[in-house]
Design a protein around this ligand. Sequence first.
Ligand code: BGC
Length: 879
Amino acid sequence: MGMEDFFAQLPRGKEDKPLLFGMGELVYDFHDIDGLYFMLDRRLSGCMILMWAKPMNPDVKGTVTLNGRDIQQYVLTSMVQMGYMWILGVPLRGLVAEYGKEYTLHVEGFADTDGNIMDPQDFTVKGINKVEPQPMYAKHEAVALQTATEGIVLLENKCQLLPLAKGTTINLFGKGIYQFRNGAVGAGKITPRYSVDLKEAIRDSKEFALNEELVDFYSCDADKIPPAELLQGAKEKSDTAVMLITRAAGENMDSSSAKGEYYLSDAEDALMKILSEEFAHLMVILNVGYPIDVSFVERNDVDALLYTGFSGMLGGPAIVNILSGKENPSGKLTDTWAKDYFDIPSSRNFYDCVDKPRLDADCTDFVDTCYEEDIYVGYRYFTTFHKKPAYPFGYGLSYTDFVIEAEDLQYTKNNVSLIVHVKNMGERAGKEVVQIYVQKPDGVLEKPKRELIFFEKSCLLQPGETQSIQVDIPNRHLTSYSEEKAAYILEPGTYQIFVGNSMDASYCGEFQIQREEIIKQVANRMQPQQKIRTMSKWEKGAEFPEGKYSGIQEGKGSFEPYAKRSSYPAVFETEKPEEPVTFADVRKNSKLAERFTVQLSLEELARISIGASAGWGMEGVGEAGRVYQIEGYDLPEFPVSDGNSGVNLRVSNIGMPSGATIASTFNKALSEQVGRVIGEEARELGMPMILAPALNIHRNPLNGRQPEYFSEDPYQAGMMAGYYAKGLESAGVASCMKHMLANNCESSRKRNQSIISERALREIYFKAFELAMEVQMPATVMTGYNACNGCPTAADEDLIQGLLREENGFDGFVMTDWTSYDTVDVAAMIDAGNCWITPGSLDDTYTSQIVNGVKEGRIRLKRLQENVAFIIKTMARFA
Ligand code: BGC
């Protein structure tokens, strides 16, 4: 029976009593910490969702119990996104936490809007069954474990607290015990075969025991301070307290600088203080989706600090590997961790809902976000403006010491070369990340004090062992963008090179460039419509952004009129073939894609351009969308799925760490393996395309999608994402680099405009894509929901045809982000070269807009044909 039929047969009359029904079997997955609905309503984090058959009266309080235990914090609400259906969210986190165990959930006393009171109802709720690892996936899961382990960053290790001695009983504190997050919410969510959280991993380990009394105590799912006798018992077991701090993050909403989000909550603060006073040693583990305030380290004398990010299905065992010393930490920060949120240069130009409503993705307010900080993102700001961060970009400790030395620095015409030796001076084997930064000379253009131009992770070096790395950096990676010249240039002067294992790298040599060199002549394509004052180290008063130009734009109801800066000819000139060209022919020879496409009628072209799905995992196995199979051409099925960290379907599969944690490994080969594994599992599940990697820049840690994205640095983000895409495509699965461009927040994301200089666009935001495309030209690219400098990115011809295709040779297909048509005109998107409008529909709502667009001259037929040819070519390669 389908959902609609099910509803139809439910009692819904005026006299009928309200009835609650669970969706399918009431199995509670205690590893899915936030659940599917968190992204729509944060109160539903950790809840089991039950649906009402009738509209309910929220003023009538009912009773909910689990095995007789009263659950008062239930959520009774109706959801717009679910057709205003009423739901009951029952928070079960901490309460249902044993595999396969059954509980009785009793509900009574609720009333509907007609005044009928429900009959009491009982449900059996069961904890998920334990799933044992399958040998056939052992290799895939080994990659997940290695990535999670190498992605852990050790930020403090005073008095060598770590690794812990074998046999230690681990005292875990905090609600993080039950809220151990393995992934982000939304598109970056994982649906792993199984997950192992920290408490389970400690239980399973041979090295450590777990203080189970504390685990029981924290089933309250709150950061409570344990009673004195519990603390005393814990101290007798071990002199070390381990506090787990966790933060959710993901698509649809941004985080805020409130306590409990960027800052510690009062409860966390109080608990940490007690632990620091009571125990000889305090360790804090940050299972967080974004950098948070770490001023607690000094305040509470924290001895060891580990940042794990969201580390996927094997996050628990990865931490145990580090705690025990089985693995030596080698992760590095992909972001500068500031001493305070308001030290971050974008802080005044980021919608922070700390004292304002949280704007979700579908909010109807138009918001401007002015990138006043310009090129000074992350460490580029902190170094240039001499601001001390809590922890610098690229930082991460090891249990051993390395010495990094460079020699033979040379600059030839097109290349900087040097040899770097990295030697393990300590007593444990380990890996180190060699990082190379440049300080370019100021000229007409001001420059940041440091820019990353190379990194490489060493192999596992035994004590005393040295690895020598030959480094060759093409000079195009050293350029700056001159708007005046519309070119990537090398200005004359001294280029200083710094080599080390973090942003605080040491000077190792320099070279001169005598005359200005234009490395790539382009055209300015996406300049702001208005003059904006950007941050400058040269201009008095412009040292820190003020945030005057950002915020909700009262009275604005549309992005229109779109800034149309220039137009690019559609070049599709193909003659209709005499003999029909079939899709099978295109499979054999992709050059025939155009001749195939020219045979299609306007209606057929329109039909392929519009997706065939309601999207967002509602159909089939939970795919995000699919290409429409027009009749008579034998087009293959072409479903697409999200999957930065796995194949985001309702079918379980691999669960890799989130993008930021993959990036923390600084291991390009590993990123490629991650992509490869996800690709192999995608193929197995019938998915020819994965909507990943997501590689927007970490401009501000409060961006909801921070964990999905890779880094604050474009070179690092580009490389790690490029290798990820390479792995995916080597498995025969199309990748999708997203979301282009400057799509750096979730607040009102479909109505958010980034206002940004062309220099910053090219040196920071587009740079990440450009570098990723150097490593792997992706099959597809997804535009953003946002507008940039007056034009929605989905309808920006300068972006799609200019930057992407003309300048960078991209020849795959471009797609919109899901339901971009809510705010952007379909005809404008198609005419700009956006090939696939997603997720689309089966009726003619959107196809008619294309057909009419062509008839009315708002869409060039050739452009439409060209767009479709790109889709056909990609399908022939991957379907
Ligand atoms: C997200 C994309 C995702 C798409 C399909 C959108 O909401 O922004 O990243 O690929 O949905 O699920």
